[in-house]
Design a protein around this ligand. Structure first.
Ligand SMILES: Nc1ncnc2c1ncn2[C@@H]1O[C@H](COP(=O)(O)OP(=O)(O)O)[C@@H](O)[C@H]1O
Ligand SMILES: [Mg+2]
Length: 470
């Protein structure tokens, strides 16, 4: 499931990285803390050692009294006795006097005691254990050393310092754990805020896939996820609309097919009956035949339209391009509507230009587009209306064929949709709703476009724009 996968990925990626960084930081901090504490202890010890050594040198150089007495006095009255110990040693390295008054065994002496005696610098430092206690010590051989008071040593315990270091490390570790805890809590809130809607979205998407176009996702946040919810809702709406359009198409096509068939069948039966007893007059016969031929034509146009549509859908529509005069093709197409316009009492105005405009295209397909657009213009205008057809050579190598009617127009909100398949804006006029979609596709295959401009109730202008041959 998605929840587990994203959470797991997050654990491996973010939390893993944070953990590694925190551990590395903790190690660095621990070492710095230790360095800092030990460094300060060392500084204090060294400064004490310097003070003592300085006092001894000064006393020695001035030679005002007994050096050993002075040394003894320094040790017994050592100021810092509560935090460190000052010891005096003889030339054998044996402790002769301490500030605490306690004389340690020889074994408790640290390496610095012996190093100092043999060292040119005459000082030596040491950090390590003595008698199970961690200490830091420094031994100095001062100027004016004697047999019994050859060197002195300052020792301090590191136990307290170590304890402080441990506390500091535990403290920073706790802060690290708190950070991780905070990160986990805030991140899981964040992850859930993504994972939960994703789960909902996939559930709804599944419902939509199963055909429930009313399934909606509630948009909870105003971010990318919210946007995704909106997009999916929009998709469901559009799919629902397409589904409705398809159903409408099937019912309107069925209706369209049945109407002419009924007329044809009715007239054919009537003619059959009357041919038996010769009771038919020539006028009725002519009318009957006219209806049969007209309706058959309408049927074949419609079937042709459907076949074209199916060819377009499956990508089987191929153009047979040739060089042709677009004006001549348009004129022929307009001619086929002359009778119909008179019959329907509409004015068909063709502003023919005396020019040849060469276009490379499929003759039959282009004719079909003209027929379709003019048919719409006549169909969607009422008695007394007019349809004006004009051509215009435009500057940038295109020719605009304009079909302008004074019909019912197209509502602004439908203008974008009328070119989509199955879309029928007006149920009062006959049609399958695929004519414009097919025409648009054909013109596009020719490298042109169909432009629509309409005002509801006033009329529509359809412009077929095609590239002119150079
Ligand atoms: N000249 C026009 N005037 C008003 N509406 C039009 C015009 N041409 C197209 N339409 C609208 O566009 C829709 C799609 O046209 P079309 O695909 O040719 O379908 P049909 O002609 O079968 O209705 C029509 O149903 C109609 O609503
Ligand atoms: Mg049409």
């Amino acid at each position: 499931m998605a929840v587990k996968k994203i959470t797991k990925r997050w654990l491996f990626n973010s939390l893993g990285v944070i953990l590694v960084i925190l551990i590395a930081l903790e190690v660095v901090i621990a070492f710095s803390i230790k360095d800092y504490y030990y460094g300060s202890v060392e500084k204090v010890i060294n400064s004490q050692a310097e003070t003592v050594s300085g006092l001894l040198s000064k006393y020695h150089s001035e030679e005002t009294g007994d050096y050993e007495d002075y040394f003894r006095g320094l040790v017994t009255s050592f100021e810092k006795r509560n935090i460190m110990e000052l010891m005096a040693m003889n030339s054998d390295g044996k402790v002769v006097l301490t500030s605490s008054g306690f004389i340690p065994e020889e074994s408790s002496l640290t390496p610095d005691c012996f190093e100092a005696e043999n060292n040119i610098e005459k000082t030596a430092e040491y950090i390590g254990e003595t008698n199970g206690e961690k200490v830091m010590s420094v031994t100095v051989v001062p100027e004016g050393k004697t047999e019994d008071f050859s060197s002195f040593r300052i020792v301090t315990s590191l136990e307290k310092v170590d304890r402080q270091i441990t506390f500091a490390i535990i403290g920073t570790s706790l802060i690290g754990i708190a950070i991780i805890f905070f990160v986990v809590v805030s991140s899981s809130y964040f992850i859930n805020s993504i994972v939960n809607p994703v789960g909902q979205i996939s559930e709804t998407a599944k419902k939509i896939a199963e055909g429930d176009f009313n399934a909606k996702i509630e948009k909870k946040t105003d971010d990318e996820i919210g946007e995704l919810c909106e997009t999916i809702n929009y998709m469901a709406d559009e799919l629902g609309a397409t589904e409705r359009m398809k159903n409408d198409f099937i019912s309107s096509v069925s209706h369209e097919l049945r109407t002419p068939l009924t007329a044809i069948k009715g007239w054919a039966e009537m003619l059959e009956d009357s041919s038996k007893d010769d009771s038919i007059d020539s006028k009725t016969l002519e009318r009957g035949m006219g209806v049969i031929i007209g309706e058959t034509e309408r049927l074949s146009v419609m079937v042709e339209e459907l076949l074209d549509f199916s060819r377009l859908q499956s990508g089987r529509m191929v153009l047979q391009p040739m060089k042709l005069d677009i004006i001549a093709e348009l004129s022929e197409a307009v001619l086929t509507f002359e009778q119909r316009a008179i019959r329907e009492k509409k004015a068909l105005i063709y502003e023919e230009i005396d020019d040849i405009i060469a276009v490379t295209g499929d003759k039959n397909r282009l004719r079909q587009v003209f027929v379709n657009i003019i048919d719409n213009a006549l169909k969607y205008s009422d008695e007394g209306g007019s349809v004006t057809i004009s051509t215009l050579r435009s500057e940038n190598g295109f020719v605009d064929i304009e079909v302008k009617d004074t019909g019912i127009g197209i509502p602004a909100d439908q203008l974008e949709k009328v070119k989509t398949k199955f879309f029928k804006g007006n149920a009062t006029r006959r049609g399958s709703g695929i004519g414009l979609a097919v025409a648009d596709e054909i013109i596009r295959m020719h490298g042109g476009e169909i432009l629509l401009d309409s005002i509801e109730g006033e009329g529509t202008t359809v412009t077929i724009r095609l590239p002119i041959d150079k």
